[in-house]
Design a protein around this ligand. Structure first.
Ligand code: PLP
Length: 480
């Protein structure tokens, strides 16, 4: 039977496993591992199973259903052609020898070169499986770098108070102390406080640029000089690259390393936590510490242009993920980059910023921005005034948006903004959609004034009404 399965299965091993194929499984496995009773399986017809899953999927809300302005998550439309390209490679086994997968390695290498061009960096790894994983990988590299240079006093990472929660978590996991620097009234790093915090213990300054308020750090060159002045490293959380794609590069701003969220900036549906890819690009000084193996091209005199996994990396921090990374996400990113080209990527950055500013201004008299002025790809509105006047909170507004057919924005983040609604429209929305969302916000704030109960008890039209979120978190039901 195994033999038959091997022959039939597209994904089955091509060569029979020796000794297994001719004997029944009950003779091969030790007696104590064999089941005594037949396995109790639900008996369902195909149509029942199909209906069950189609109905479940109809309850889901994604970018393909409608507007999804989840700030900092860059929930842009994902072109279907990218899925198709990635699917060509889905059956490749990660353990196949290099010489059998040269075309795949060439594609991954091409992506690496493109990402280096986009970030202005010198070397890169595609291994980390998400943004947070890229942060941890980077900080482990920083640790190895300081150890290698005998700089053992470098034990502190400085992080702005507007940062994503993963930043301090990653720094702590990598064994650093974390110090927080405040934001100034513009939503940028408070330079005076930063100067006071920087000293010989400063290992890394982790900065999200543009930051989670959608603000570009205009003092970046001065900050880099300050940090480099004490021998520290500049790390860019590049999750918000969409806000400057094609216009500015972390490598030109004094950053020594950066992680990208391929699943945000370069397409891949990632609602609900996956799948992701968080490549880390570095300057020359950090290259020896990249996770191994590193994908290289044999290009010197004896080189034949072939691609190899280089394991001979004595100072590498080692492997951070099984196999070679989330290759299918990487391939989607490559398809995205190649189908848009340089000019297209620059237009992505342009339109992302234009759309965000269009909405920001259109909403300003209803839900003002916490830090006024031009933004990049996103902005953070505050419902503080609405709460004071009508007792309606940011969360109530977010719930009422669901009734109006929109996904809610990111809420209560960053922590420095009271009653925060963080809105990122992305470049793939039409003006009609942006207008419709602004209109919905205006209607909700009007309702808050005239009939607050309808907002306070929202959502009314969703499959489940308002959840007790504490209970839902504590008693997580992952199956029915
Ligand atoms: C999304 C995000 C992260 C974390 O990325 P994951 O892929 O979710 O791990 C880190 N920083 C910022 C600013 C982000 O928006």
């Amino acid at each position: 039977m195994l033999k038959e399965l091997h022959k039939m299965g597209r994904r089955g091993p091509q060569v029979p496993v020796s000794g297994l194929e001719d004997r029944p499984i009950s003779e091969i496995l030790p007696k104590e591992f064999l089941r005594e009773e037949p396995l109790s399986m639900p008996e369902l017809s195909e149509v029942e199973v199909v209906r069950h899953f189609v109905n479940l999927s109809n309850l889901n809300y994604g970018v393909d259903n409608g507007f999804y302005p989840l700030g900092s998550c860059t929930m842009k439309y994902n072109p279907k052609i990218n899925e198709e390209v990635a699917a060509w490679f889905q059956d490749i086994h990660p353990a196949l020898p290099e010489n059998r997968v040269q075309p795949l390695l060439e594609l991954l290498y091409t992506l690496q070169q493109d990402l280096l061009e986009i970030t202005g960096m010198d070397a890169i790894t595609l291994q980390p499986a998400a943004g947070a994983h890229g942060e941890l990988t980077s900080l482990l590299m920083a640790k190895a770098y300081f150890k290698d240079h005998g700089l053992l006093e470098k034990d502190t990472v400085i992080i702005p108070d507007s940062a994503h929660g993963t930043n301090p978590a990653s720094a702590t996991m990598a064994g650093f102390k974390v110090v927080t620097v405040k934001s100034d009234e513009e939503g940028l790093v408070d330079l005076e406080q930063l100067k006071a915090l920087v000293n010989d213990h400063t290992a890394v300054f982790m900065l999200t640029n543009p930051n989670t308020l959608g603000k570009f750090e205009k003092n970046i060159l001065g900050i880099a000089q300050l940090i480099h002045g004490v021998g520290g490293l500049m790390y860019c959380d590049g999750a918000n690259l969409n806000g400057m794609l094609g216009w500015a590069r972390p490598g030109d701003m004094g950053f020594d390393f950066v992680h990208l969220n391929l699943h945000k900036t370069f397409s891949t549906p990632h609602g609900g936590g996956g799948p992701g890819s968080g490549p880390v690009a570095v300057k020359k000084a950090l290259e020896p510490f990249l996770p191994k193996p590193v994908l290289v091209k044999a290009e010197d005199e004896d080189g034949d242009g072939s691609y190899h996994w280089d394991y001979d990396r004595p100072r590498s921090i080692g492997k951070v993920r099984s196999n070679f990374g989330n290759i299918l996400v990487a391939l989607k990113a490559l398809a995205y980059i190649k189908s848009l080209g340089g000019a297209g990527l620059r237009e992505v950055g342009t339109m992302a910023v234009l759309n965000a500013n269009y909405m920001r201004v259109a909403m300003e008299d209803t839900l003002p921005t916490a830090y006024p002025g031009l933004c990049k790809h996103e902005y953070v509105a505050t419902a503080e005034e609405v709460k004071k006047r009508y007792g309606v909170k940011a969360q109530d507004i977010a719930k009422r948006l669901l009734d109006k057919g929109f996904h809610a924005p990111t809420m209560y983040f960053p922590l420095i903004v009271k009653e925060a609604l963080m809105i990122e429209p992305t470049e793939t929305e039409t003006k009609e959609n942006l207008d419709a969302f602004v209109q919905a916000i205006k209607e909700i704030v009007e309702e808050a004034a005239t009939n607050p109960d309808v907002v306070l008890s929202a959502p009314h039209d969703t499959p489940v009404r308002r959840l007790d979120e504490v209970k839902a978190n504590k008693e997580l039901k992952v199956r029915w």
